[in-house]
Write a protein that binds this ligand. Structure first.
Ligand code: 13P
Ligand code: 13P
Ligand code: MG
Ligand code: MG
Length: 364
C-alpha cells in the first residue's frame, strides 16, 4: 500500500501577539481531524505547534495534492480562524489569503510538505517545523543532512547512501525548478542555495528509484502570494530516515549550529535558529529567536507510532546557549544591517511606502 504523509500549516491567530497557538484551538483541530479519521478520510494525525503556527500532520492513502486532504486542512483552518476571531486572538486568518477553496491549498497561504511512499518494513518519519523564518531556512540543514559527509557519516560509510542524493531546487520568484545531483553538482547546488531568499530546496530524492522521495519542504512564499508583507511563511519539512536515508541522529545533527536565518521580529531581521522541544515552541524574545521543533515517528500502515519530541534533549543545550549569545550580539545592532535584512529582502514590507514618501524630496 502507498501511504502519503501530509504536513499542512497555517497561522490562524495567536496569543499574545505572534507568540504561540492558543491551546484550546489545537484541541479543536484535534476534534476536527478525529472526525475525519472516523470518516476514513485520513488514517492518523498529530496536531502540534511551531510558535504561532498550527501544524496538521496527517497520513492517508489519497496521494499528494489530494483535493480531499487539502480541503480538510483548509476547512479546519477556516473553522479555527472563525473561533480565533470570536475570542479575539491576534492576526487571525493571517495565512488564509483566499475566501473559497479551489481544489488545491497551494498558493492560498498555508504551507505544505507531502511525501507519498511505499512503506518499508520499518519506516521512520521525521518532521521539522520552523517559526519566524522563511522556507530557505531549510537549505542549510537539508544540505547538511543529504550532502555533507562531515554531518552525515552514512554518505561515506553506508553503501546505501554512498552515491548521494538528487536535489530539486526552486527559484521561488519564478516558480521554476532545477534538478542537481550530489556529490557531482555540489558546488553548483551551493552556488544557488547559499541565497536562501531566492533558491529553495523543494525536494530531495534517493538515487535508488525503489526508495524514491527522501524529503519535501514547504516553499509557499506568503509575500509573493499576497503581493504585500503579511508575515513570514514559516516553513515545514517531511523527511524519511534510516536504511538508505540519513539516520535520525544525522538529521537532527544538522541543527546543531544555530545557523542564521531571515525572519524574527516583523519578518525583517536575521537571527540564529534555535532547536527547541515543544515545551519551548513559542517565540518570545524580539518575537523569537526563530525556532525549529522536530518530531519523529515509526510509520506502519499509515499509523504514526512512538512519537518523540526530538529536541527535548540536553545534547542541544549547547546549541541553545550559543543561539542566545548570537542573539545578544546581533540584537545589539538594532535597526542596522545585517541585523535588519538588506533592502532587497525588505521590498515586500512597509519600506517601499517610506521610500515613496520621500520620492520627490531627494535632490541633487
Ligand atoms: P543500532 O546498532 O543501535 O541500530 O544503530 C545503528 C545506526 O546506524 C545508528 O546510527
Ligand atoms: P509570524 O509570521 O510568525 O506570524 O510572525 C510575524 C511577525 O511579524 C513577528 O514579529
Ligand atoms: Mg503570526
Ligand atoms: Mg509564525
Amino acid at each position: 500500500m502507498k501511504t502519503t504523509v501530509s504536513l499542512i500549516k497555517a497561522d490562524i491567530g495567536s496569543s499574545p501577539g505572534h507568540v504561540t497557538v492558543y491551546e484550546p484551538l489545537m484541541e479543536r483541530a484535534e476534534e476536527l481531524l478525529d472526525k475525519a479519521k472516523d470518516e476514513n478520510i485520513i488514517i492518523d494525525f498529530v496536531v502540534f505547534n511551531a510558535g504561532d503556527d498550527t501544524e496538521l500532520l496527517m497520513t492517508h492513502e489519497r496521494g499528494v495534492d489530494s483535493e480531499e486532504i487539502h480541503k480538510l486542512a483548509w476547512d479546519t483552518f477556516m473553522d479555527l480562524t472563525n473561533e480565533a476571531k470570536a475570542i479575539g486572538l491576534y492576526g487571525t486568518g493571517q495565512d488564509l489569503l483566499k475566501d473559497t477553496f479551489a481544489g488545491n491549498i497551494k498558493g492560498m497561504g498555508p504551507g505544505i510538505a507531502e511525501i507519498e511512499l511505499e512503506e518499508r518494513p520499518a519506516e521512520p518519519i521525521i518532521v521539522f517545523a520552523m517559526d519566524k523564518t522563511e522556507p530557505g531556512a531549510f537549505n542549510y540543514p537539508i544540505f547538511q543532512m543529504f550532502a555533507n559527509p562531515f554531518n552525515t557519516a552514512g554518505l561515506v560509510i553506508d553503501p546505501k547512501l554512498h552515491s548521494g542524493f538528487q536535489f530539486s531546487v526552486m527559484d521561488i520568484y519564478k516558480a521554476k525548478f532545477l534538478e542537481l545531483s550530489c556529490p557531482e553538482d555540489m558546488y553548483d547546488l551551493l552556488a544557488l542555495i547559499g541565497a536562501p531568499g531566492k533558491y529553495v530546496i523543494k525536494y530531495v530524492n534517493s538515487k535508488d528509484p525503489a526508495l524514491g522521495r527522501a524529503a519535501a519542504i514547504s516553499t509557499d512564499k506568503l509575500s509573493l502570494v499576497a503581493g504585500k508583507y503579511v508575515g513570514k511563511d514559516d516553513p515545514v519539512a517531511v523527511i524519511r530516515s534510516q536504511s538508505g536515508f540519513p539516520a535520525v541522529g544525522e538529521l537532527v545533527e544538522a541543527f546543531t549550529l544555530g545557523h542564521l536565518v531571515s525572519g524574527w521580529m516583523r519578518g525583517s531581521h536575521r537571527g540564529p535558529l534555535m532547536p527547541v522541544p515543544l515545551e519551548y515552541s513559542q517565540c518570545v524574545r524580539f518575537d523569537g529567536p526563530p525556532r525549529v521543533v522536530g518530531l519523529g515517528f515509526q510509520l506502519k500502515n499509515g499509523l504514526l507510532r512512538g512519537g518523540v519530541d526530538l529536541f527535548d534533549d540536553p545534547s542541544f543545550d549547547r546549541t541553545r546557549e550559543r543561539v542566545n549569545e548570537i542573539a545578544d550580539y546581533i540584537r545589539s545592532h538594532g535597526p542596522f544591517e545585517p541585523s535588519r535584512l538588506p533592502l532587497s529582502e525588505m521590498e515586500y514590507t512597509t519600506l517601499p511606502g517610506i521610500l515613496k514618501k520621500f520620492e520627490d524630496k531627494f535632490h541633487d
